[in-house]
Design a protein around this ligand. Structure first.
Ligand code: ADE
Ligand code: ZN
Length: 325
């Protein structure tokens, strides 16, 4: 498939951690600005360190990277650079995750990062008309009480947050641990998503659906191991936000040829393509589509269906979705 076809297609991105869009160049620049010492001597050394064995080995480096984000301008720059990459790739709508606890735990509060994020989003909306929504993700390796506190701290910004999510170390931290905080978030009117079935078993996907009441599953690729679950996800048309290059880098699959996204698509599941943490996994959204084309002989019909799915699975109003479907 032609790279041009991929890049010209209007797309939405639904699974992107803003902290995972922090490129080594900005990381290096901010470390020097704030005099943070890094275990690397150059931008090239940072990039070379991005080799992972599994989710945890990635998360250790990802949290360390985020520690250079200190003031409002840093968060503006981070968001602005991602939104500019959206423009280059014809991503016309993005639903962007942020991890408040990665920042509040080190004394950087909502009053620092939220104004930076919101100003960048406003600039992109006014300069080229793209739309963006925010998903506040709880870190599942921390307690439910801490997630509940985070939900409370976010109160002044509720109007700017569309959904809550659940990320970080999956195995050993099942969705059931967060049942009460998701119930509270739903009461407050937030949409809900959760990472499930990335490294964790199909049982975690069931829990995210049944106990957390999620509107979408992030990753979810292990649903294929449970036929009843697959049938249920298909029947409900519950979207899966799949991240091919992430799955390869974190060794969820050992080669892109093994990726099950096209099988799930052909089964009738509402799967979408996303970049997860593009600065760490070696490619933006279009590179994820390209990797599927190269490894799986994806047809143009399948490519177009995946792009349409990205709008169908979004939290945009139906009237706006129609424009892209
Ligand atoms: N945080 C950032 N990227 C993540 C991923 N792929 N899985 C879980 N938590 C994450
Ligand atoms: Zn993710």
């Amino acid at each position: 498939m032609n790279t041009e076809t991929i890049s010209q297609l209007p797309k939405a991105e639904l699974h992107l951690h803003i902290e995972g869009s922090l490129e080594p160049e900005l990381l290096w620049q901010l470390a020097s600005k704030h005099q943070v010492s890094l275990p690397y001597q150059s931008v090239e050394e940072i990039r070379a360190a991005y080799q992972f064995e599994d989710l945890q080995s990635f998360l250790d480096i990802y949290y360390q990277g985020a520690s250079v984000l200190r003031d409002e301008e840093d968060f503006y720059q981070l968001m602005w650079r991602y939104l500019c990459r959206c423009r280059e790739q014809n991503i016309v709508h993005a639903e962007i995750m942020f991890d408040p606890q990665t920042h509040t735990e080190r004394g950087v509060g909502f009053e620092v990062f939220m104004p930076g994020f919101l100003r960048a989003i406003k600039d992109a909306e006014s300069q080229w008309g793209m739309s963006a929504m925010l998903i506040m993700s709880f870190l599942r390796h921390l307690s439910e009480e801490e997630a509940m506190d985070t939900l409370e701290f976010a109160k002044p910004y509720y109007a700017h947050i569309t959904a809550v999510g659940l990320d970080s170390s999956e195995v050993g931290n099942p969705p059931s641990k967060f049942e009460r905080v998701f119930a509270r978030a739903r009461e407050l009117g937030f949409k809900c998503v959760a990472h499930a079935g990335e490294e964790g078993p199909p049982e975690y996907i069931w829990q995210a659906i049944k106990l957390l009441g999620v509107d979408r599953i992030d990753h979810g690729v292990r649903c294929e191991e449970d036929t009843e679950l697959m049938a249920y996800i298909k029947m409900r048309q519950l979207p899966l936000t799949v991240c091919p290059l992430s799955n390869l880098k974190l060794r969820v699959i050992s080669a892109m040829q093994q990726h099950n996204i096209l099988r799930l698509l052909e089964e009738g599941l509402l799967v979408t393509v996303n970049s997860d943490d593009p600065a760490y996994f070696g490619g933006q959204l279009n590179a994820n589509y390209q990797a599927l084309c190269d490894a799986l002989d994806m047809t143009e019909v399948q490519l177009r269906q995946l792009a349409i799915n990205s709008f169908k699975a979004s939290f945009l109003d139906d009237s706006i979705k129609q424009k892209w479907i």
